[in-house]
Design a protein around this ligand. Structure first.
Ligand code: CAA
Length: 390
């Protein structure tokens, strides 16, 4: 009989971590999920819990105070949390999104200044790319300006839809430094909370992920030191895109977690709820629905783990794989949660059961970090090229 290969050290560590996360989620996160959704308040207690358990700096290298974990481990952790609470999973995912510009584009000085405190959770990070007229067309329609003034830059403009923007201590902001230079005319900056001229604006009222504050950020003659620039002037747009290559798998993991949580709930319900003399899961109409849901969840999971593996490897086709994972997992989250509501029937539509929240939370995964249409555009360009505008 063939012997099973010995498990690698890395896999042992990952398994131990995931077991601890599952316990934490079951004991502390799942019981809070409905209340977080209902209150619409950022759950500071859950953020503190994640910080105490070293979940806010998983892929940050050890030399910068992080765990030095793999992206595979990171996405699995996000997935575990999202099975119970999508808002809470976003605390981990946006901490990663907010630190990635520094990790990917920053010099040693800026990395050492910010990353250890982000990894420990002392600082909450956010990422500010989107503007009122610049969502999908992130480059062409960017209006926020950063002008050099001696040893400083002065920022003017507005960003919208900034996840965790009102609770963030540091925000990585993308702004135009040279309007004539196209993709080489954007630069990236760290703006710290409390800087004069950095104003948190309106908070959005949202369908889902209600425990994650989404806000407008205003920069009104906001002066920051040139040392807060990430990378060289003009490198900002490429940094923003490289960040999305590594953060989209995090959103895909959130989507997969939501789908997986909804599937588990629907399966358990279908085993217990009796109609026409037997559990509804034994009726082909429901059993086949559950079979399709399971197939989609497992297919999405394989795609996601492969995308995360490519992030770890630094594979040249990571842009493609991040988009494939985000597209598939987002669509699976929406279809599986919708079907979970259907399996529960009237109870599924009630806020007494979690699946309607999961369905509302799923929708955003088809929209943020690039809509599903943008993912298709990225995939298509990877297949056939961009072509020249006619
Ligand atoms: N890595 C490195 N460089 C990249 C890149 C990548 N993945 N993608 C593009 N670039 C480079 C290109 O090579 C090009 O460089 P050159 O000018 O030197 O040739 C430059 O960037 C411009 O690229 P494009 O010509 O492809 O730019 P475009 O304007 O045609 O389209 C896009 C780019 C893919 C549509 C991009 O704008 C995009 O991804 N849009 C969606 C934005 C998005 O995802 N926003 C989400 C906000 S964050 C969020 O939602 C977070 C949250 O709340 C949790």
């Amino acid at each position: 009989m063939a012997m099973a290969p010995p498990q690698s050290h890395a896999n042992d560590e990952e398994e131990m971590m995931l077991a601890a996360v599952r316990e934490l989620v079951a004991e502390k996160v799942a019981p809070r999920a409905a209340a977080i959704d209902e209150s619409g308040e950022f759950p500071t207690d859950i953020k503190d819990l994640f910080a105490q358990n070293d979940l806010l700096g998983i892929p940050i290298p050890e030399e910068y105070g992080g765990l030095g974990g793999t992206f595979v481990t990171y996405v699995k952790v996000v997935e575990e949390i999202a099975k119970a609470c999508a808002s809470s999973s976003l605390i981990v995912a946006v901490q990663e999104l907010g630190m990635l510009p520094i990790l990917i584009g920053g010099n040693e000085e800026i990395k050492k200044r910010f990353l250890p405190r982000i990894a420990s959770g002392e600082l909450i990070a956010a990422y500010a790319l989107t503007e009122a007229s610049s969502g999908s067309d992130a480059l062409g329609s960017m209006r926020t300006r950063a002008e050099r003034r001696g040893e400083n830059y002065v920022l003017n403009g507005q960003k919208i839809w900034i996840t965790n923007g009102s609770v963030a201590d540091v925000v990585c902001v993308f702004a135009v430094t040279d309007p004539a230079a196209g993709s080489r005319g954007v630069s990236a900056f760290v703006v710290e909370k409390g800087t004069p001229g950095f104003i948190v604006g309106t908070k959005e009222k949202k369908m889902g992920i209600r425990g994650s504050p989404t806000v407008e950020l205003v920069f009104d003659d906001c002066e920051i030191p040139a040392a807060n620039r990430i990378g060289e002037e003009g490198e900002g747009f490429k940094i923003a895109m490289k960040v999305l290559d590594k953060s989209r798998p995090g959103i895909a993991a959130q989507a997969l977690g939501i789908a997986s949580g909804a599937l588990d709930y629907a399966v358990n319900y279908a085993k217990e709820r009796v109609a026409f003399g037997k559990p509804i899961g034994q009726h082909q109409g429901i059993g086949f629905m559950l079979a399709d849901m399971k197939t989609e969840v497992e297919a999405a999971r394989l795609l996601l783990y492969e995308a995360a593996r490519k992030c770890d490897e630094g594979a040249p086709d990571v842009t493609l794989w991040a988009a494939l994972a985000k597209l598939k997992c987002g669509d699976v989250a929406m279809s599986v949660t919708t079907d979970a509501v259907q399996v529960l029937g009237g109870f599924g539509y009630s806020t007494d059961y979690p699946v309607e929240r999961m369905m509302r939370d799923a929708k955003i995964t088809q929209i943020y970090e690039g809509t599903q249409q943008i993912q298709r555009l990225v995939i298509a360009r990877n297949l056939v090229g961009k072509g020249k505008p006619s």
